[in-house]
Design a protein around this ligand. Sequence first.
Ligand code: SAH
Length: 528
Amino acid sequence: MLRKFLSDYLTSKLYLLTKIYFRTNMKGKVYLIGAGPGDPELISVKGLRFLKKADVVIYDNLINKKLLKEVKENAELIYVGKSSGEHTLPQESINKLMEEKSKEKEIVVRLKGGDPFVFGRGGEEALYLAEKGIPFEVVPGITAAVAVPAYAGIPVSHRVFNTTIGLITGHEDSSKKGSRLNWEKISSAYETLIFYMGMKNIEKIVQNLLRYGKSPETPVAIIRLGTLPSQKTIMGNLKNIVKLAKKNNFEPPAIIVIGEIVKLREKLNWYESKLLFGKKIIITRSREQTSKLAELLEDLGAETIEIPTIKILPPRNLKPLDNAMKRIKTFNWIVFTSINSFKFFIERFLKIKKDLRELYGIKIAAIGTATKEFIESFNLKVDFYPSEFTSEIFLKEFKKKEKIIGKKILLPRADIARDLIENELKKEGAEVESIVAYRTERELNIPEEVREYINKEKIDFITFTSSSTVKNFFSLKLKIDGAKIASIGPVTSHTLKELGYTPDVEAKIHIIPGLVESILNYYKKENK
Ligand code: SAH
C-alpha cells in the first residue's frame, strides 16, 4: 500500500513537472483508446491509465459504461454513440468535437469499443487528427472477433483446424453493385471466418458462402453481447443458422464465427458454465463498499446492479473526534468495530496529527476478520480480535487477554451504532469514550437508467448486508417481483421479516464471502 502510494505520488509530481516544463507549447492530445469488447476489465492497463487522467471522454455505444466510473471527478463525458444504423452524431461532427476539445483540454480520450482500428472508424479519426496537426496516440484494444469467441469457448485458431482467419465486415450490402466483398475468395481463402456487424445481412452471407463452395455442414456460432454476463450463443451450421438466429431473436451486437473450430466449444465452454452465469444480482451496499461483493459475484459469472442505499460520510461535528485524538496518548486501547470505523479514524488522524508514531504504545482491537485485515494492510498490528462478533464473546475473550478495570478505551463508531460493547466494557469498570467517527445517510438518488433497467429485466437476487440497507432499499419502491432475497445474518433477516419479506437464503458466516456462498448453495440445490 505504501509502495503504491509513493509511486502514485511520484507519478503525479513528474506529471506536474512535465506540465511546467512544456507550459509554453503544451497542447491537448487525443488518445484513441480501445475499451475492449464488453467486459470492462478487458481494457488495457495503458488505456485505463489514460482514462483515469482524462479531462474529457468522448465515448461510443458499445463501450461498457462501468468504465466511465474510472474517470476523475470533474471529467467531461460526451456520448457520441451509434447503435446499428442510427447515427447519434455523424462522423464529421465527432471529428470536429475531438478537434475542439483538444484545443480546450489537455487529455482528450476517444474511447471506442474493441480495438479502435478494427472496423471502428478509428482510422478515419486518426487521419483527421493527423491532417489537422493535432497530436494523438493510439492504445489498441482487444477486438470482438478474438475475445467474444474466446468467452464462448471458441479459440479462433487451433493447429489442427486452421492456418488462416478472415475478419470480415458483414455490414456491406453485398447485393448492391460496388460491394467490395469477393465471396469467391472469402469462401475459399479462410478456414475460419469471423463476421462483425453481420446480423442484418446474415441470410446473404450464408447464401454467398454456400454458393461459392462452403459445405452446408460447416459449423457456425453466433455470439451476442459477448464477454458480458448477458452473453448468448447459438450453434448450428450453414444450413440451419439463419433459422436459428431468427428463432432466437438474435440482434446486434453479435459476432458470427464459421468453421470447424466452432466445435471446440463443446469442450471449452468455460464462461457460460460459471455457477452464477447470467444471474442478475442487486447490491445495496454503499458505493464505497460495493466492490468486494461485486467482484466475487462477477467472478462467478453474475451481472451485478449497484443500488447503493447508504452513503457513508464524516461526522457533522468533528470536534469530539479531534478532541479525543489530541489526547490519544492517554488511551490504552482503541477498539475498531468496522472497516469504516478504522478508515474514518485514520483519515482524520493523519489529517490533524499527521504522524503515525503518536499511536505508539496504544493497543488495537478489531471486530471481524475483515476489519482486522484492513487495519493490518496499513502495517498496524492488531493486538486483539474476538473469534466471533457478539458482544458476549468479545467480552469473554477480551477479559482473558486484558485486565479491563480502569483501562481507558476509545471506541470510534458509526452514528447509529448499537452501544452493546460500550455498555459491557463499562460494566467491567473500563473508562470508555465512544465517539462518532462516521455517519451513514440514506442514498436517495438512483439514476433513472438503473430504475428503468430494473423495471425491464428480471432480477434474480437482491443482497442485503445490514438492516439499514434493507430499510432504505424498500423505501425506494422498485419493481422487483420474483427476485430472491439474500441476507448476511440474523439481524438483517429480522429487519426483512419486520417489513414482511422472508429471506430465501441467509449467510452462515456473516461476512461478504458467506453471503456469496449462500447464493451459490441456493443454485446448487436448485440444479440438483
Ligand atoms: N472496433 C470494434 C468493432 C466495431 S464494429 C472491435 O474491435 O471489436 C461493431 C461490431 O463488433 C458489432 O456489430 C459486432 O459484430 C461486434 N461486437 C462488438 N462488441 C461485441 C460484443 N460484445 N459481442 C458481440 N459482438 C460484438
